[in-house]
Structure formats: structure tokens, C-alpha cells
Design a protein around this ligand. Structure first.
Ligand SMILES: [Fe+2]
Length: 301
């Protein structure tokens, strides 16, 4: 059997607003649009994904939070309605998700063997989180690939962002080994925004773009610092400053997604592809991708 490999890594923010703005048939709410910079960036990355041969998506989400160990989706299908707890007015999404259970079990086993506490999620009534749904819908609106969701163990809350960084890195290395042993071609997805301070009131029309801007300037400066390092191919440096960035900007990197993905990809030293940056309720959202194949790697923006 040929060795499995990671064919692309995607930083894919999950404000439900972008799904709301797209008006897919699965979502019950109706919008007049909004957040085009993010959506058009997602549309372009989704087109690139259509040109890549892969078997499954593996997504790490901050909105499936586990305090004892790391959990993996473990049934072939999950079907229900996902309602965003903060924005039920804009996100009521009817999903029907296929899971690559073999790949999930392999990652669970290899991570377990490396000393990480793991568990398979076998509850058929388990509700898939809106982070998984939003990122996967925007990257693959056809939903024609199986996925695996990995929960985020709350090391940053229970211990510190430094401990989180080490644990997420170890999980990334274990997942990369499992993918290699599986023989599969896999797209990794780290589902989160960057800076995450946000407004606490919503405009009467959520998609009113005259009300949208970054929460404050220091958040913007931090986000751009990370974008610059990503463009320069300095991902080890990015991961080294993640604890400080996380504390300064209350970033969703606290869950460990970016650290997990970069560790799995061996801390790329080549430039990230940048697809878009835009604020949603004041948070900083970046869409970026890491393409290990030099001939298909692009300067997008
Ligand atoms: Fe989030």
C-alpha cells in the first residue's frame, strides 16, 4: 500500500454568517448577502480543492470541546439540524454528514499509542458543531467527501496556552503518522478565526456591511503580523508565538487547531496561499492554505 499523505492544509474560519450569506438550501434563514471578501476567497479555495485528488477531510474544531482527552467522530453518518447557540436567527442548518470511520479509528489508535488520551464518539444523536459545518460547507458545498472531526481538548483553559501548544503539536504528529499508515490522501482543516474580540450587540440586519469592522486596531496589527509570517513561510515562528497571540487577542487558536495542523505538516517553510481576510462581528477571519506541492502552489492574494 502506498503511503498516505496530507495534500493540503486549510485555515478555514467558521463564522456562521458566511453560510447565512451564501443562502444554501440546507440553511433555513434567508440573507441579502454580506461578507463577500471572505466568501469569494472561500469560493476560490473550494475551486482549487476540486482540482486536488483526496479521500477525506480531517477537521479540528474549537466548538466540540472535550475536557478529558481528544475525541473523534466514530459513526458513518450523522444527520440532524445544527442551530448556532449565539446566532439562531442566522444559522439553522440541516446536515447529513458522511464520516471516514476507518481513518478516525486509525488516528485515535495512533494518538492513543503515543500517550494521548483518546475516545471515539459513537453516540448517533451527537450534534455536529457549527464550526465543522461552516468550514466544510464553504470548502466543499457539494458535501461529496467523507470527513473526520477531531474535538479540541481544553488544555489552554485547564492548564495554559503553552501546554495547549505542546499537546496540540503532539496530536498533529500522531495524526500525520496515522494518515501515512492509512494510505489515504487527506485535506486538513483548522477551523477558526484569528483575533476574536467581538461586538456584543448585533445590527438589526446582520448582513448590513456598513456596521462591519475589526473590533480594535491592535487586533488588526496582530492578525497582520501572523499573515506576514505565513506569507514568508515562517510557520514554526507563528506557532512559537501562538500562546502570546492567543492571550492578547482572545484568539480561537486557543483550541489548538493551527498548532495541530502545522505540526502534522512539519511546520511548512514555504509561503501560505492567502485567500482573504475580513471582519465578522469584529473578529479577524483569515482564509489560507498550505500546498506542499510547489508546482500547484500559488500567490493568490
Ligand atoms: Fe468560533
Amino acid at each position: 500500500m502506498a503511503k498516505g499523505e496530507i495534500v493540503l492544509g486549510c485555515l478555514a474560519p467558521h463564522p456562521p454568517h458566511v453560510v447565512y450569506a451564501e443562502n444554501p438550501e440546507q440553511n433555513e434563514a434567508f440573507s441579502e448577502g454580506g461578507w463577500e471578501t471572505l466568501r469569494w476567497g472561500y469560493n476560490r479555495l473550494a475551486r482549487k480543492l476540486k482540482t486536488i485528488d483526496y479521500d477525506a477531510m480531517v477537521i479540528f474544531t474549537p466548538h466540540w470541546q472535550t475536557y478529558i482527552g481528544t475525541h473523534f467522530l466514530g459513526l458513518p453518518e450523522f444527520k440532524s439540524k445544527s442551530v448556532d447557540p449565539i446566532f439562531p436567527n442566522i444559522f439553522r442548518f440541516n446536515y447529513d454528514i458522511s464520516v471516514d470511520v476507518d481513518l478516525a479509528e486509525k488516528m485515535c489508535e495512533v494518538a492513543g499509542d503515543s500517550g494521548i488520551i483518546t475516545k471515539m464518539m459513537r453516540n448517533p444523536d451527537f450534534r455536529i458543531d457549527y464550526g465543522t459545518i461552516t468550514s466544510c460547507h464553504m470548502l466543499n458545498p457539494d458535501w461529496d467527501k467523507p470527513l473526520v472531526t477531531i474535538s479540541s481538548n481544553r488544555n489552554a483553559h485547564y492548564y495554559s496556552p503553552e501546554v495547549m501548544n505542546e499537546q496540540a503539536g503532539a496530536l498533529g504528529e500522531a495524526c500525520a503518522k496515522a494518515i501515512e499508515e492509512s494510505g489515504k490522501k487527506v485535506v486538513l482543516i483548522s477551523s477558526h478565526s484569528l483575533s476574536h474580540r467581538h461586538f456584543v450587540t448585533e445590527s438589526p440586519l446582520p448582513e448590513d456591511m456598513s456596521r462591519e469592522h475589526i473590533y480594535n486596531h491592535s487586533q488588526y496589527v496582530w492578525d497582520m503580523k501572523l499573515v506576514d509570517l505565513m506569507r514568508e513561510g515562517k510557520m514554526k515562528e507563528v506557532i512559537d508565538i501562538i500562546p502570546e497571540f492567543t492571550e492578547q487577542t482572545i484568539a480561537e487558536t486557543e483550541a489548538g487547531g493551527l498548532t495541530w495542523m502545522m505540526a502534522a505538516m512539519g511546520y511548512p517553510e514555504y509561503p501560505a496561499e492567502i485567500y482573504g481576510y475580513q471582519s465578522v462581528i469584529g473578529t479577524g477571519n483569515l482564509i489560507a492554505a498550505w500546498d506542499p506541492v510547489e508546482v500547484t502552489r500559488e500567490i493568490v492574494l
